[in-house]
Design a protein around this ligand. Structure first.
Ligand SMILES: *Cc1c(COP(=O)(O)O)cnc(C)c1O
Ligand code: SF4
Length: 332
């Protein structure tokens, strides 16, 4: 029998940490000692609060402007209807290749692996996406795989969502086993926020799965602020890098979160320490309920120019926007 003391030293199962997330705004405000924000909570909508406790622990108590809190707390700003902010800002519904496949760009097919996320980011462009109908897993990946097999120009598959690493490791293995039957596949890319918001997910079984994949693997994490990147995240990323996974970061430029020079410099600097290459800095997708996060292009460009004046070129992310119908992300 395993002595209790030894047992409790084992890392917690990531699903327990997932389930234990804070979902009640009143509890979050209590934990952070911010009762004054209770009057400003958003009307409960279809995209409720969800934030893992480990992420909450990186927020500053008593700071209503904390950049991590701002990313997750549903405030009444979201209830405002702002012209130009709609439901399908990035043209996803038009780019549907097959069930659960978005094919917008040459060579790259994006698989909506699942709709689930460990955290709900208020600015997310997918908050209105019909996951129930679209998740490719719903029919055993079959139509998605047929689509990819039928188009030899597709040499990279992106797993996205939702958060693809929210699938169990056996489910991921089923998916990648199926992808082995796509002969023209040369790279696998995974877009995930889990190494940052729930680093418990990067457990031994998942690392073994990564280590056994037959393709070069690119992992694009999603951190918007250096405060998200604590030691637990550093350890998870180091473990991934040891398996040969290439690490990139994409961030979204968000008013009140990272729209200042120092925040962007600190983010890139910290990412570098963690072995992660800054990739994109996205302009916000104009999705209903997110207008209060928008930074206009003139300011965004000026910010990136100031960052460029302070950092080596390889630590300056590319400022881009997603334009429906364009052949790539569009540099600003
Ligand atoms: C963003 C995106 C990609 C990846 O674009 P890169 O510029 O290669 O990072 C691929 N497919 C879809 C549908 C996307 O939205
Ligand atoms: S898809 Fe990414 S950005 Fe959107 S809610 Fe999920 S984790 Fe956040």
């Amino acid at each position: 029998m395993i002595p209790a003391s030894l047992h409790s030293a084992q890392p917690a199962d990531w699903r327990a940490a997932w389930r234990d997330a804070v979902t009640d705004p009143a509890e979050l405000l209590r934990l952070l000692d911010l009762p004054q924000l209770a009057a400003r909570l958003a009307a409960a909508g279809g995209f409720p609060l969800r934030v893992p406790r480990g992420f909450v622990a990186r927020m500053r108590r008593g700071d209503a402007a904390d950049p991590l809190l701002r990313q997750v707390l549903p405030l009444d700003d979201e209830d405002r209807i702002v012209p130009g902010f709609g439901l399908d800002a990035v043209g996803d519904l038009a780019a549907r290749g097959a069930r659960g496949v978005l094919h917008k760009y040459h060579g790259r097919a994006l698989l909506v692996a699942t709709g689930a996320c460990a955290i709900h980011c208020r600015y997310c462009f997918r908050r209105h996406f019909p996951y129930g109908e679209e998740a490719a897993a719903a029919n055993g990946w079959q139509s998605a795989l047929d689509y990819m097999r039928g188009d030899p120009s597709i040499d990279e598959v992106l797993l996205s969502g939702g958060d693809p690493l929210s699938l169990s490791t056996p489910k991921l293995a089923d998916l990648t086993d199926a992808l082995r039957t796509v002969p023209h596949l040369r790279r696998l890319r995974i877009h995930t926020r889990l190494p940052v918001v729930l680093p418990e997910r990067i457990d031994a079984a998942l690392l073994d799965w990564f280590g056994a994949l037959p393709w070069p693997v690119v992992l694009v994490i999603h951190a918007n602020h250096a405060n998200e990147l604590d030691d637990s995240v550093a350890a998870a990323l180091a473990a991934l890098a040891r398996r040969g996974v290439r690490l990139y970061n994409q961030a979204v430029l968000l008013r009140g979160v990272n729209d200042d020079e120092d925040a962007l410099v600190d983010l890139s600097t910290r990412l570098f320490e963690l072995g992660v290459q800054p990739y994109y800095l996205h302009q916000l997708d104009r999705v209903a309920g997110t207008a209060h996060f928008e930074v206009d292009d003139v300011r965004a460009l000026a910010l990136v120019e100031r960052v460029r004046a302070r950092l080596p070129g390889y630590l300056v992310p590319q400022l881009v926007r997603e334009v429906p119908g364009a052949a790539s992300k569009t540099p600003i």
